[in-house]
Design a protein around this ligand. Sequence first.
Ligand code: PPS
Length: 428
Amino acid sequence: MRSLNISFTSNLRLIHIMLSKELFKVQRTYINRVETKKTKRPFVHKYEIGDLKTTDIYEFTEDLQKQRTKVTYKGTSSIEDEMNDLTTKSTYTTYNRKYPSFNGKPCEHIAFLKIHKAASSTAQNIFFRYGYTRKLTFVLPKVTKNGYPNVISTITSVKSKNIIPPPINKHYDILCCHVIYNRKAFEAIMPKDTAYIGIVREPSEHIRSIIQYFRPKEIYKRFNSTNPISHFFKNPGSSAKSIYSLVNNRMAFEYNFPRRLFYTKDSDGIKRYLRKLASEFHLVIVVEYFDESVVLMRRILNWSIKDILYVTQNESRKEKKTKLSLEDKRNHREWAILEYALYDFFYKRLWDQIKQEGDDFIEELAFFKSLRKEVTEFCRGPRTKNTNFEIPKSQWSDKFIVNNYDCQLLFKRELSFVMSIRREQYGF
Ligand SMILES: Nc1ncnc2c1ncn2[C@@H]1O[C@H](COP(=O)(O)OS(=O)(=O)O)[C@@H](OP(=O)(O)O)[C@H]1O
């Protein structure tokens, strides 16, 4: 039996936190301060969004008797002055922990906004597994002649004409296929206590992934060069004019930003819409902090650690990915105003939410990262139908097993999953 057993005493905590790649960089600061001053220690969380380097400063106040640590956010400082004018000025609302009441039960009603090329299939697999193994009902597209069985719509929200009605005497539990967000339309079909989950990806990487996957003709034809993406960022021209274009603020389009904002880019209007989204989405996953996001999601939804295990889906080959320069990113930021406002906003909000979780969040994160690695190795490795990977009871979950079937579902691709769900739900 392979097993994981991580215990956390005050000192050991440092070692476990080091398991978290993102936080690894700050450990030296952390350890030094602990040695000199035990009650108050500044903690610097450094992160990079592409090449935009920023430093967040947190202060940890430790109550040694209660073995608890209070984390206070002291502000952000940009360490690249030249990028200052590019970063969105603070528009963030303070997030109040206001999760739906699930009466202490796991949340079974989810609306996940599946944003194209934003690790959304990886996240979707989590929701598919959760609902499929519990026989929950999914919102599925009406399959049209030219449509895809996994896409409800790429231009509009849920409507009675683009989704299959729920089976008799059932209601929808989970929505996680591609569709455009619209609060009213979502509310009309989903239960009242639905948790709304979104996802955002760093905009220049997001559009790069879109361009390299969909290979829009207008870009590849217009810039018949070795680096069409770089040329396109410098000179987007008419390709980025239509609001339906895949390369015009696509994440903002899928989040249903008001149309006029695509033209006016009015900053007050953008802020208002972001605040509206923040009041509607319980969590927006940040792709670059996927583990942090899903651990937080587990807490919000009252799910188990097993529920949030995942393997990366739809990854394109490294050598095929164009490496973007700082100049490329700056050029893109010039005109993709809505994308950066959206990303920066939810990036900041994710960390605001995490701050409210306290010190044990980091411990759970380290545990999860390590567990995920082990489970992925187990599932990739040789195993028989009866081989189980047993995970003993821990601070975050009861004892559980990962078996051959779990591995199959973890690696199951989107289309195959949608087909299985449809057969299960409707018999065809
Ligand atoms: N966990 C995690 N972390 C970071 N990045 C991830 C993750 N999972 C998927 N990906 C990347 O997301 C891209 C695929 O996105 P989608 O699954 O949304 O694509 S699709 O719209 O469903 O076709 C694709 O990006 P590119 O490889 O850059 O094209 C994936 O590599």
